[in-house]
Design a binder for this molecule. Sequence first.
Ligand code: HEC
Length: 266
Amino acid sequence: MTAREIDGFRLFAGKAGCQNCHAGWSFTDHAFYDVGLAGEDRGRGAVLRLEQAEHAFKTPSLREIGRRAPYMHDGSIATLADAVKHYVDGITDRPTLPPDLRKIALGADEQAALVAFLGTLTGEGDPRPPSAIAAQDVKAVPAEHVTSISQHDKQFTPTHAAIRRGERLWILNNDTRTHNVRVFDPKFDFDSGAQEPGETVEIAFPKAGSYLVFCGIHPKMEITVDVVRYSRSLRLSSCSGRAFGTALDFLHDSISCYSKGNGEDR
Ligand code: HEC
């Protein structure tokens, strides 16, 4: 990389705050934001029926960005230089702008450096699919018996909880961002609506079973909640204490854990 491209990367990861959303190897956190485009499109707001998610679109990856002009969901921005300029002085002020979107003052040189860095994200040859997709060795996180969960930095802590049936789960927003706690399950449908920083959401699960709880605005935020019968809870902790090799082993072992001597829970 040239010195200018490196300067651009420093701005991307630092002062310009691009990495707040374009994060990780794929340059996206897979969450939804209003980045202040002038159009009236409602984006995620229409799907979630949530005012706080109006005009929010999913952060796109920036890999191979040079091949994708025009930019943004509506193609309203023609070049990468215009995209960078949008973040400097083109943002439409609305109450839905997220705290992750900083007001940035970047001079012409800094903007050019950012554009140079974005240029490095496009490969030279034609893009090819990876020759082999390596299976990830996912280590399942053991469930912790907790009744309160914290949200911080677009993450739930812990990410795997076990509660007894009849206990409630409390989810506290310690984050700077608005969240939207959801369960979308045949046994149980739950929508917290907008959960502002400092607010707590309480969930009473109707039945024993395993539930996926996620945020509608930042869908990579997930917790698995195992709701267990009182008599089953000890057995659960011995099952979940085991280290599972792969996601498949985990599934297999959890099924055998749950099915051992436990009747249907109704
Ligand atoms: C608040 C989160 C957030 C921040 C901060 C952010 N972006 Fe984005 N970016 C997005 C979202 C969301 C979109 C898609 C918007 C749309 O399609 O309407 C996007 C789109 C883009 C695109 C167009 C991608 C495409 O395929 O159309 C580029 C280029 C881009 N951003 C670069 C940057 C740069 C450079 C910065 C830092 C100056 C930055 N972004 C900061 C969330 C963010």
